[in-house]
Design a protein around this ligand. Structure first.
Ligand code: GMT
Length: 375
């Protein structure tokens, strides 16, 4: 099979889109393709040396004549430079704006016929799509890309509703590295956190943006902990941290909630967890639910975006109405109280990760798109 030269651009800091882009690059490299990450810093999951993965840093200089640093232009310029020098076949960008628009500009600047693949992750559509000052740029980025994918069917529907691009968009689901996300023996962590054997562990992982509704997680946990001995692990950090801490204190939960901040090695935290809550008001996919499922943790999510495509109702967890704390906590208590349901959901979750969201299959889906474009 022909080996390709692929440029990948993503937001390299913590976030699902950066994680998926980086894992994709790593797995494509393992299949022999040459990968060139073009971004403002090294993607945080690019944590070891690969002979065929290269990193090209986008330098944005802050000249006093510019009111705003010209990141987009610097990125486009770097993309064109790398495409020319390395003779890239594909530029795979994650996010319509600015990345797809930068790739289109880079293609015009370069002298190679590089093909542009754009993956929509959600925030570029579900948040920015509502901003009239950006709609035309998002539409342009989508329409001028050679291939556009989205991480769920729901995101495709939303994109058509909000932006109405004249473009076919294909669903390519997210995936995780199953070699990393699996249930491990991490019981030492329970001891270290002072979690007793009879206590159930509920986990939430996010960037604590308001859309993640972390306060709903705390309110749900208050009802769970009134019904049984339990602890809540809150993993991540962001703008909602202060109001969340206030609520934890107000509800008298300080001793039962562990605020862990940003963490690596989430597989170990999932391995000591009994239930995952993801109660967001926007979520095009919900990568963290997939990570939890891979480690045998049943999930409760809200009926928004792509979450019902990830969490199967009554099979791997439950999907509840946004903000319906009563129903969410009833379902949570049901899962935590019934070992049979818990075991069944855990096993089903692992099976779904290994079939519908199997990394090998999803990486192959992207590869097929690339080859189809180049032929
Ligand atoms: O959820 C976030 O705030 C981060 C955001 C991102 O850009 O990384 O996540 C989006 O992309 C992830 C990977 O495809 C999805 O799993 C998340 O559901 C999606 N977030 C939203 O749609 C809010």
């Amino acid at each position: 099979m022909r080996k390709l030269k692929i440029g990948i651009t993503c937001y390299p800091t913590v976030g699902g889109s950066g994680v998926v882009a980086t894992e994709l690059g790593k797995m494509l490299a393992e299949k022999g393709h040459e990968i060139h990450f073009i971004s403002s810093s090294i993607p945080f999951r690019l944590n070891r040396i690969y002979h065929n993965i290269f990193y090209h840093q986008v330098e944005v200089n802050q000249y006093s004549v510019f009111q705003y640093p010209p990141y987009d232009i610097a990125l486009a310029s770097k993309m064109a430079e790398v495409a020319n020098r390395e003779k890239l076949d594909i530029l795979h960008v994650h996010y319509a704006i600015p990345h797809a628009v930068c790739a289109i500009l880079a293609k015009q600047m370069s002298n190679v016929d590089v093909k542009i693949v754009t993956t929509l992750h959600g925030t570029d559509i579900t948040v920015l799509g509502y901003d009239p000052s950006l709609t035309e740029a998002i539409k342009f980025g989508i329409e001028k890309s050679d291939v556009v994918t989205a991480v769920s069917r729901s995101l495709i529907e939303q994109t058509h509703e909000l932006i109405q691009p004249d473009k076919q968009i294909e669903t390519v689901y997210n995936f995780i590295d199953e070699r990393i996300y699996q249930k491990r023996d991490a019981n030492h962590l329970k001891k270290e956190f002072g979690i007793k054997d009879n206590e159930k562990v509920v986990i939430h992982v996010s960037n604590f943006r308001p859309v993640k509704r972390v306060q709903d997680v705390v309110k749900t946990f208050a009802k769970i902990s009134a019904a049984m001995p339990a602890k809540l692990l809150l993993v991540g950090d962001g703008p909602e941290m202060t109001p969340v801490c206030r609520l934890v204190k107000k509800l008298g939960l300080t001793d039962k909630v562990h605020l862990l901040g940003k963490q690596e090695n989430l597989d170990e935290l999932y391995s000591i967890s009994d239930l995952k809550l993801l109660l967001s008001e926007k979520e095009s996919f919900g990568l963290v639910a997939l990570e939890a499922m891979a480690c045998g943790v049943p999930c409760i999510g809200t009926n928004v975006g792509g979450m019902p495509e990830v969490i199967e109702q009554g099979e791997t967890g439950y999907i509840c109405q946004l903000g319906d704390i009563e129903d969410i906590s009833t379902k949570a208590i049901k899962i935590l109280n019934d070992p049979h349901i818990h075991q069944q959901f855990a096993a089903n979750g692992i099976a779904v990760v290994n079939t519908k969201f199997r990394a090998e299959q999803i990486v192959a889906q992207y590869e097929q798109l690339y080859f189809k474009l180049l032929n």
